[in-house]
Every structure is written in structure tokens, then in C-alpha cells.
Design a protein around this ligand. Structure first.
Ligand code: ZN
Length: 338
């Protein structure tokens, strides 16, 4: 049985808990999104939800009396001991499609969200590494990639779209390395595939400013989106503090929260983030948050498109609610993301 069919069956027996007030202590569910695609878009690397699915999620949350808040607001309510159950919505990386598609839906629904901006890439108009890789694989005229990485010699066929999707999945783990080495590897791949630089699809500052004007929260997501635990303490400090300062300089508001790129962090990262004056940080670990949880390791739950679509391919309220409750967390193991 497929994972989707199994989840569908399990959801039939699931008793919704997301609305329960959680006793006197309160509970905060944080949803993790990235991109918001136009209906029908078919990118090689799909990292996010389509606009219709996001609209359906917001409508469902509204009906449940859980119109989303920002993480800063939800965390404040938890810490101040307000009893209740809240959902906060987050978007990582700072894509322009967030401003163009998510913001109007949020404004129409009365909801709020937190947008974690990759400040250095936005400033220099550079594509994140996974977009560069996807761009090279999508636009190359070569039908084979031969590439040696470490001891491994790869020969990845690129004749069809599905072969290119498989190649992408095979290559992504090879780029989870220190940024200097990652850039070297990316340049090698792009050179072999004879493809130029990928366009930057992150929001320019003047577009990101619309988020602030609309009452959304902007948070930090480092300067260049490295895996923080691979960096020296000095490099980590520069990535964290540098992104907070750059956002404040460009948008006039100082972020109080941060999302770890790829969820990656270690004990030193926690010390650095805390010392930087931030109030909280979010991970990619699934789970709900309680008032006495550690502020720099808040949990978030993915609510992906596939997770919300039933066997018919239509949005399923029942599945979405079961996902919000984390009914399938154990089936998936530890969640990772960018
Ligand atoms: Zn990210």
C-alpha cells in the first residue's frame, strides 16, 4: 500500500486535536512552507505548495477558528501563559512568489505569517544552491552527466524529465557540504552541463517591504543559507548577526526570530543565536510547542501539498487536520527541509 493510501485510511479514524485548547498551558503548532507556485506549475524541483492548496489550507484554518498568527505572536502568547491553541504559518527562504501569491491570500483571510529571508542572497541577487542545481539540470542540452565526487564516479542519464528529477535527488546530498566546497562542486556540475547562472527568484527588498507594510513578521534565515554546523563559530556569527542587521537596514525592522537553514544547527549554533539577541529560532523538527519548551529549538511541521491531497487528488480536510495534529510524524521519521 502506498504511503498516501495508508495515511488516508488512518485519517478516517483520526480524532482531531488541533483545536483543543491544550489545558491551561496553551499549544502552538507552527507550519513550515517554502515556495507558493501558480496553479499548474511543474518545476523540476518542487519545493512548496500550489496557490490553490495554500488557499484551501487557509480556508480550513479559518473554519477551525485557527486563523494563523506569526511565530513571534504565537510564542509571545505561549510565554505569557495565555491558554489556547494557535497555529503559526512560516515561509522559508524569501521567494518573490511568497509576496505575489501568499500575501494576497493571507490579507484576504485575515491571517498573518512569518517570512524568513535569506538576506545575503537577496542583497546580491544570487540563486540558492538548490535552484542553481535544478536550473542546470532543467536547461542543459546534454543527455548525460559524468561527474566525479570524492571516490565516486557518477554517470547520470538526463534524457527524460524523470531522469533529470532522479539526477537532482541523487546530487542534492552531495551539495550538503561547506559553502566553499559546495560552490566548487556546483561550478563543476554547471560547467559539465554547459549551463549559465540561474536567475534569482527571491524577492528583491522593495517587494519584501510589502510583507512588513502588511503586518507580517520578517525573520532571519542567515546571509547565504549554509548548513550552520559545518561553519566555524566566527562564520556562524557572521551568518546569523549579519542577516539580522542587513534585514534591519533594508526593511527598517529588526528580526526577533531565525529559521536554521535546512534545520541544521548544533550546540554552538544555539549559543551564538541566543547571544545575538534574538528571541527564538525554529527548526525543521516536527512537533507542537509548549510554554516551557526551549525558545531556540521550536518545532515546525510540514504541511506539504502531497500531504493534503486525498486519493482523488483533491484537497482533503480530514488529511490536512490529521497532518496538523502530527498523526503521521512517526511514519515519516525526522523531517528535513531547506
Ligand atoms: Zn531555507
Amino acid at each position: 500500500m502506498s504511503g498516501r493510501a495508508l495515511r488516508w485510511l488512518l485519517s478516517l479514524a483520526h480524532r482531531a486535536a488541533v483545536q483543543e485548547p491544550g489545558g491551561a498551558r496553551g499549544r502552538l503548532t507552527i507550519i513550515r512552507h517554502h515556495r507558493v507556485y501558480a496553479a499548474g506549475a511543474r518545476p523540476l524541483y518542487r519545493l512548496g505548495v500550489g496557490e490553490p492548496v495554500l488557499a484551501a489550507q487557509l480556508a480550513l484554518l479559518g473554519e477551525l477558528g485557527l486563523t494563523p498568527v506569526t511565530v513571534a505572536e504565537g510564542w509571545r502568547r505561549l510565554r505569557e501563559g495565555e491558554p489556547g491553541s494557535w497555529v503559526a504559518l512560516t515561509f522559508d527562504d524569501g521567494y518573490l512568489d511568497n509576496v505575489e501569491r501568499a500575501l494576497p491570500l493571507l490579507e484576504a483571510s485575515g491571517g498573518r505569517a512569518t517570512f524568513y529571508l535569506t538576506a545575503g542572497l537577496i542583497e546580491r541577487r544570487l540563486a540558492p544552491w538548490w535552484d542553481s542545481l535544478a536550473h542546470a539540470l532543467e536547461h542543459t542540452r546534454r543527455d548525460l552527466l559524468e561527474w566525479t565526487v570524492g571516490e565516486m564516479q557518477l554517470a547520470l542519464p538526463l534524457r527524460t524529465r524523470s531522469e533529470r528529477v532522479s539526477a537532482l535527488a541523487r546530487l542534492v546530498p552531495e551539495l550538503r557540504v561547506h559553502p566553499v566546497e559546495r560552490e566548487r562542486r556546483l561550478a563543476e556540475i554547471a560547467g559539465r552541463l554547459e549551463v549559465g547562472e540561474a536567475p534569482c527568484e527571491l524577492a528583491p527588498w522593495e517587494s519584501a517591504a510589502a510583507l512588513v507594510r502588511s503586518g507580517m513578521e520578517v525573520g532571519a534565515h542567515t546571509l547565504d543559507h549554509p548548513f550552520l554546523s559545518l561553519l566555524s563559530p566566527a562564520e556562524q556569527r557572521r551568518e546569523v548577526a549579519g542577516s539580522v542587521e542587513l534585514i534591519e537596514r533594508r526593511l527598517g525592522v529588526r528580526p526577533t526570530g531565525l529559521a536554521y537553514p535546512g534545520g541544521d544547527h548544533d550546540a554552538r549554533t544555539l549559543e551564538i543565536v541566543e547571544a545575538s539577541g534574538l528571541d527564538y529560532a525554529v527548526t525543521t523538527r516536527a512537533g507542537i510547542n509548549r510554554p516551557d519548551d526551549r525558545p531556540f529549538e521550536l518545532r515546525r511541521r510540514g504541511l506539504s501539498e502531497g500531504a493534503c491531497l486525498g486519493p482523488s487528488g483533491r484537497f482533503s480536510r480530514r488529511l490536512a487536520i490529521a497532518e496538523l495534529d502530527g498523526a503521521f510524524d512517526r511514519m515519516r521519521g525526522v523531517e528535513v527541509g531547506t
